[in-house]
Design a protein around this ligand. Structure first.
Ligand SMILES: Cc1cc2nc3c(=O)[nH]c(=O)nc-3n(C[C@H](O)[C@H](O)[C@H](O)COP(=O)(O)OP(=O)(O)OC[C@H]3O[C@@H](n4cnc5c(N)ncnc54)[C@H](O)[C@@H]3O)c2cc1C
Length: 481
């Protein structure tokens, strides 16, 4: 059994920053040389730490966002308030300065998004690992925590030396114990990166409130886009509780093959289009931007932005539709007048002589949308002619059948109920000495560096708080177990 004052389970963004926060706080506490038992220890189950950071920002790692709290908090869901103390404790500026002092050059790009200047996520991971080492903390990889035993409350409250320890059993047989345990095991998204929801399952078993989780920043799947889910929506909604394709209602696995409609659309990016979303007929979102049709469904910056609302509504059994406006800069009347003019020109053009209606309509479409979109557009809007085209261009309606799940979503929404945590320390209200930080919490952000900042800032605060408790509780007696 190995004893440490502070153990951190999970060496992702939050866990590495928790180790840095704890290690630096202990180093600067004036306690002199830190004994081995007081060195914060990170247990990471993967062969290397920060595996998910490596895939962030398409390998470029958008590590924070430079907005002030008011602007930043608008991008944090479902309730940003519990994040406030952590944000002010480690602001985007302070985080960037810390990384800079450790040798990482950074740049701020469009939308206040910060990246390593090299645009290499690996440089962020290397810098964090170096910072952990320099803080005096330690990382042990290949250590998967499979069981955690909570000390009984009375011994913790009595501050009983030698008792009141969390005990952690690892899959390789090694056992650890600690007085302060920080759980930073992440959410459920991209399980191949190591995030398999272990901490959430453990919290539930120990009576800690966990809000239902669901995938967010994910592809939403139009009805009929995937071959295996081409049945109609009423049939889909009639399936109560679980969907036929996954545990969550509406989950459509990314690997489900595309239908003919999906194949006609996949690979197309639409720039500066309007997108609104209706839930049971009421508009819940309306904005302009870019969308991508992919092998998953509808995504891209604007698609991701609406995904949280769409997934939530589908889980609640509501009917969700996306409405694409391919011509947001002009009114329907202006567009109708333009189409009438174009149609007349095409009909009067000598090159149209002998051409069938469909061929002339194809020429009209080519003047109004990218060539590669015409097949997919017609697939979705069968029966459209030059008289009804303006309406379809302004309101291309797609019923949404479901969404891609944890296998490929960017973030897990839901998690440890933030009311179970003290926001000023990240300590669990119910179990003293236990802290949670990062994606495991019921805090999720939009794309733009918000999620990594949530992980870094809550991790840093948890680490500092655990160190403060160690410093206050005892002057580093080396405890041999
Ligand atoms: C494709 C993709 C791109 C993204 N891009 C961005 C971006 O550019 N900007 C941004 O802000 N956010 C981005 N995110 C989100 C961001 O990566 C996460 O929000 C963030 O990494 C969460 O950090 P975390 O430390 O809480 O969890 P994680 O990074 O998931 O780390 C959890 C760690 O715990 C370990 N672990 C789990 N269980 C155990 C166990 N039982 N024992 C030991 N170790 C365990 C895991 O192996 C993992 O290393 C992206 C996410 C994805 C999937």
């Amino acid at each position: 059994m190995i004893y440490r004052d502070i153990i951190i389970i999970g060496g992702g963004a939050a866990g590495l920053m928790a180790a840095i926060g704890a290690g630096n706080a202990l180093r600067h506490s004036g306690a002199g040389k830190i004994p081995e038992s007081a060195r914060p220890l990170v247990l990471e189950k993967m062969p290397r730490p920060g595996r998910k950071i490596m895939i962030t920002g398409k390998g470029r790692c958008n590590f924070t966002n430079f907005k002030e709290w008011n602007g930043f908090s608008e991008h944090v869901h479902p309730n940003p308030r519990p994040l406030r103390p952590a944000f002010y404790n480690l602001s985007p500026e302070k985080l960037t300065e810390m990384l800079g002092n450790a040798g990482l050059e950074t740049v701020v790009e469009r939308g206040d998004r910060a990246f390593p200047a090299s645009h290499r996520a690996a440089d962020v991971v290397d810098t964090l690992v170096r910072m952990v080492r320099e803080s005096g903390a330690e990382i042990r990889c290949g250590e998967e925590a499979v069981s955690i035993t909570v000390p009984d409350t009375e011994t913790v409250l009595a501050g009983n030396e030698g008792n009141g320890h969390f005990r952690i059993e690892c899959s390789g047989g090694q056992s650890y114990c600690c007085r302060n345990l920080i759980i930073t095991t992440g959410g459920l998204s991209y399980p191949a990166s190591g995030s398999t929801g272990d901490g959430l399952a453990w919290a539930r078993r120990n009576g800690i409130a966990v809000k239902s989780t669901f995938p967010s920043l994910t592809a939403i799947v139009p009805a009929g886009y995937k071959a295996a889910v081409s049945r109609n929506l009423s049939e889909d909604r009639a399936i109560s509780g679980k969907s036929s394709t996954g545990d969550l209602k509406g989950h459509i696995d990314r690997s489900t093959p595309l239908s003919a409609k999906g194949k006609a659309l996949a690979g197309i990016r639409l720039k500066n289009i309007g997108l609104s979303v209706t839930v049971d007929g009421s508009t819940v979102y309306d904005d302009t931007g870019d969308i991508d049709f992919t092998d998953g469904g509808l995504e891209g910056p604007l698609g991701f932005r609406v995904s949280r609302k769409c997934v939530n509504a589908i889980l609640n059994g509501s009917k969700v539709s996306a409405h694409i406006d391919l011509k947001p800069a002009v009114s329907q009347e202006e567009l109708e007048a333009r189409i009438t003019r174009l149609w007349q020109e095409i009909s009067e053009d000598s090159r149209s002589t002998g051409k069938k209606y469909g061929e002339r309509f194809g020429i009209l479409l080519g003047k109004l949308m990218p060539r590669e979109l015409t097949a997919g557009f017609l697939h979705c809007n069968q029966g459209t002619d030059h008289k009804t085209l303006a309406r379809k261009l302004k309101d291309w309606k797609m019923d949404i059948a479901g969404y891609v799940g944890y296998e490929r979503c960017v973030i897990t929404a839901g998690g440890i109920d933030t009311s179970a945590i003290i926001p000023g320390t990240m300590e669990c209200r119910k179990i003293r000495g236990l802290y949670f930080a990062g994606e495991i919490l019921d805090l999720d952000g939009d794309t733009g560096g918000y999620n990594l900042h949530i992980a870094f800032s809550t991790g840093y605060l948890a680490g500092q708080s655990a160190a403060a408790s160690v410093i206050q509780a005892r002057a580093f007696p080396s405890l041999q177990v």
